[in-house]
Each structure stands twice: as C-alpha cells, then as structure tokens.
Ligand binder design. Sequence first.
Ligand SMILES: [Zn+2]
Length: 316
Amino acid sequence: MVKKMAENYNVGIDIGGTKVNIGIVKENGEILDNIIIATNKEKEPEDFIADICKKTKELLYKNNLSIKKIYFIGVGVPGTADINTGMVSYCPNLFWYDLPIGNMFEKNLQRNVKVMQDSRNAALAENLFGAGRGFDNILCVAIGTGIGGGIIINRKIFNGGMNTAGEIGHTPIIKNGRKCVCGNFGCLETYASGTGITDLALEKFPEKFIKLEDRRCEYVFELAYAGDSEILHFIEECVDHLAFGIANAVSLLSPEAVIISGGLCVHEELFVKPLQDRIVQKGYYSWTHLNKLKVYKAELGSDAPMIGAALLYKGI
Ligand SMILES: [Zn+2]
C-alpha cells in the first residue's frame, strides 16, 4: 500500500498600503483559510509586524495548525525587497526604507521567512494557477492606483540585479511628460493607471466632473459605459499609451503572454481586449510577425499576491 504523503501547508502574508492579507495555502494554490487586517502606518514597523505575526498564529490555531507544521512562509511587500537578506529597501507607501523586514518576521515566528515584492508574487501565482498557467515566460501588469509588474522567466521570478525588475509603471513613455509620484516625468503610470486616467480626464473634461464624488476612475468608466463618445475616445488613448509601455517590455523580454491584473482589469471589453492588437501594432517585426503574443485578464483576483507569497519557494 502506498502511504499518502501529508499535504504541505504554507503561509502567505501580503502587506498592502491599506490592508494585510494573511492566508494558509495548500500546494495546489487552494486557500484553506485567510484573514484580512488593516495596515497600521502609525505604528513602528516592529510593532506592526508583531501584530501581523500574532494574527498569523491565531489563524493557524483556528485551523488546528501550528507554525512548526507549516512548510513555507512568504511575505509580500508593496516595494523593493531583497529575497536573500529580507531587507526592504524602498517601500514609499509604508514609509519603509532599508528595513530588515525578514528578520523582524523571523524573530516573531521563529521560522525562516522569505520576502518578495507583491507584484512578483502575483505574477508567480498567475503563472502557477491563473491566466498565465502553461506558459514558461510571462509579463504581469497590475493596473490599479499605480502600475506594477512582475516578470516570470522559465517559470521563475526574474527580480534583476537590483531587485527592481518589472517596474513597468515607471518606464518613461513621453519625453518631458506628466509629473509622476516617483519624481520623474512621463512615466507610463501617469497616462494609464487609475490615478493617471482620473487626473487626465479631469483636466480634459472638467465639465463632466462637477460633483466631487465623480472625480474617480470608476466614474470615467461609467461615462464610457453610458456611451459618452469623447470619454470612449479618451479611454482608447489611455489604452494606446499602455500598449506603448507593454510593447517596449515585450520587445525586451519576449514573453509568450501578458497578464493584466489590478482594479482596472474588470473593464475587460474597454481596457484589456483592445490591448493585444495595439501592442502588436507597436512591436518589433521580429516577434509581431509570429502572431504568438497573448494578452489575458488575470484570473486570481486580489488574493494572487498572497497565494504567490505562500508558494514563493516554487518561483525562486
Ligand atoms: Zn514614475
């Protein structure tokens, strides 16, 4: 009789700008249980991380598991992290600069912990179980408030020599263009992210955004769905800008698929579907003539970065 192997349980902790998603994830990507707590920016990082670890232990206890029984623990952060040292060097959302986040978790949990940027974790999850499954090389572009990215090469996360590979949102696409939150000008993010689209629409069509509560990206799309032809044309321009940025990345990296995630990917017809043709129009003939590139909407939703953190050992 073949003895059934015990199933591996992993913990993924995804720290975002507003909330932390803590989950127990099976090897097949299934979430056994998870909890979401608020991000506390007021607290010292040591105390905030001690709180997260306490919640993690409570979640394990509730599921009759102990930290010792967990196979792997991965953490995701919304900024630049070094997988080898656990140092977070740049995380502007949380005001973290050169902080040993990995060590802080290890001290609290008494276990090895690996730290990776959230958008890379999300790309890994999509590659393992989502829209990118079956491909060896993918580029994930997360479009929400800003634009993040994750690169998978030969089914592993490509983090680059400075742990910054994938920052497609801060590639300049317009010379002397719009001012970006990063301090540079003309970044892709200023033309095609939720914030970029809202700011541009407000400047172009102030008469359409009289009420204060209308000044948000979802309202821009509501106008488009209501058939506003000027806004429809404006969104096409935003998609075109996005296509420029992605076509550049595809020429550099040659992925077989581009996966679009983040809050804006819900607008599949207006925002995701037109992308494939527009990227190919702007690409280099060396790959465009192959007619091979696929653009898909992400499948795992907002749990993707947590799932990827839990299963990070598969992608490093
Ligand atoms: Zn920028």
